[in-house]
Design a protein around this ligand. Sequence first.
Ligand code: NAD
Ligand code: TYD
Length: 342
Amino acid sequence: MRVLVTGGAGFIGSNFIRHLLSDRPECEIINFDKLTYAGNLENLTDVEDNPRYHFVRGDVAMRAELEPVFKEKIWGIVHFAAESHVDRSLYSPLTFVETNVFGTGNLLDLALRHKVERFVHISTDEVYGSTSSGKFTEASRLNPTSPYSASKASSDLLALAYFKSFALPLVVDRCTNNFGPYQFPEKLIPLFVTNALEDKPLPVYGDGLYVRDWLFVADHCRAIEKMLFEGRPGEIYNVGGSNELTNLDITRRILARLRKPESLITHVADRPGHDRRYALDASKLERELGWKSRRSLEEALDLTIDWYVNNRSWWQKVKSGEYQQYYQKNYGVRLGSAKDAV
Ligand code: NAD
Ligand code: TYD
């Protein structure tokens, strides 16, 4: 059973590849990834020699690079590849349109042409926009606000159109903020943990009272596996951790775990168009596919923080740009560095 994973060198994709290889011995995985600044093959060194794992470098937005992958029969696709950071989308919106919209279009089209049997499109809670009360269900209206969330909403609609118009058997996964090992240190939790470890300021945008629901990546990977094998074609599934916290709350928890002073908290200018609160009702996934998160927020956050404490060389290389130089030398890839992160 061959599964094509796009964006598998990134944060969630690499966690998912490791999960699927260990949980499903019948699966062979092709990881198709462009290796942008966020793609890092060091996330997968422990599986790179596994005969059921193969890496192909390529861009989903370039049909000629994607097409050869379909020469061998692909049973299923899990589509993670995306530009994923809201702040970057404010500086370079069209890159998001290219990868997230056009790239998804290419993949859907090839999946249809080659009769792929299962397709999980990884989307985000951000497509629903912000709400001050209540929780979004799968039937809530889309109201994206950033170029990132607008590009993801566009790709969701395109994916659903491929189900409705052509019966491509796909499901859409709308998940909340993931956290865990191997997350690129431009997102809140890994940036703040690694900055705190280096006694650097933690830049909290605005008043810090923005609310996110936090989902442990290992729990999310189990949900994706369920969607891949048991999801009902044409359905959308919200995935959430039921862990709503303000940014200041989560920042204080990080500092407490690391025994670092709250004086590291530095309020900086707010993100333009910053969504105040994301919140999902994820009961459909539990009702239909029997999924529940397994780790409490406390336990998962401690595991995550400890991972960054114990894997300094991983994030120091990422933050310094050292691994980008390695890929440039070995793959001829010119990559951005964490230093370029806006
Ligand atoms: P990430 O930024 O860590 O990784 C993205 C991966 O995609 C990288 O390996 C990158 O090299 C690859 N990629 C980017 N453009 C590509 C292209 N044109 N062709 C091929 N590969 C390309 O992202 P992540 O945090 O792992 O997110 C994965 C998916 O989950 C994304 O679709 C994102 O929108 C979605 N998501 C993430 C979160 C989160 O909290 N991280 C929350 C909701 C949804
Ligand atoms: P982020 O991890 O970028 O995820 P998203 O924007 O997709 O939710 O940000 C999470 C929250 O943390 C969001 O409200 C923005 C805020 N934030 C900061 O306050 N400072 C930072 O340096 C970053 C990266 C995020």
